[in-house]
Design a protein around this ligand. Sequence first.
Ligand SMILES: [Zn+2]
Length: 294
Amino acid sequence: MARFGNTGWLCCPHCFDKLQMQPGLGRTLGCAAGHTFDVAREGYVNLLPPSGRAGAVHGDAEEMVNARRAFLQQGFYAPLVVAVGEMVAGVLPVDRTAVLLDAGCGEGHLLQSLCRSIRAGGHEIHAGGFDLSKPAVRRAARLMPDTTMFVANIRRPWPVLMASVDVVLNIFAPRNPAEFRRVVRRGGHLVVIIPAMDHLNELRTLVPLLPVSPDKEETLHASLDGFALAARREVDFGMSLPGPVADGLLAMTPNAWAVPSDARQQLRNRPLIETRAAFIALLFQRGASGLENS
Ligand SMILES: [Zn+2]
């Protein structure tokens, strides 16, 4: 049975009090007010409040989760993992175990690769991740049994204690600047990866991909009250993608719905597509004092 990671920084989604493993209750997390949450067999916990569970489809569907795993595990984004791993390793505290939280972790492949590369450098980390998609979190938990994985909505208040995280990762996921500010310790960091303007340019000549918003970086900077830019790195690298793999890359993003199915079929029929991935990795530091209001 999968273990469940260090939970000292989780809080109850109802009352926001600290969550702890409940002695005598098996694999159950609970708060002082008596709200309890069972750890699933796969080693994750669903911390969506009941009001957030009803109705709408939650996060990425199984198909998109599978596409993301299938694409990433072939290692096409390895240069990005290396760059982000170096960025994170460079700011981790050296005198204690750091808490690393992947906000919008998807099926967890990137987090797993990052943890490997950071630990290989001799750093001690407690890693956690959450996503709105239960199929994604389930797969992430199976991949990383010693990691704290949970289902939560990134756009809502997170079930994470204030000032409890050393580094928040936000990779190809929605953003929540208020929660970044609340959960990252003073002096701690936030890593955001965004696509550069020329991301997948060659692929764009073949299929009508969703455009990259030209003001994305500026919008991001402007939204991050309480954080200062500490480092910026452009990461770009070539990829030779067999047609079906290129289609898989589309299938793991909102392009899955945006690109017409006949265009995707033509893409799948192509033998090999040479394209470049281009990202901007941004490292922000939470103001050590005076910058924030929480
Ligand atoms: Zn509670």
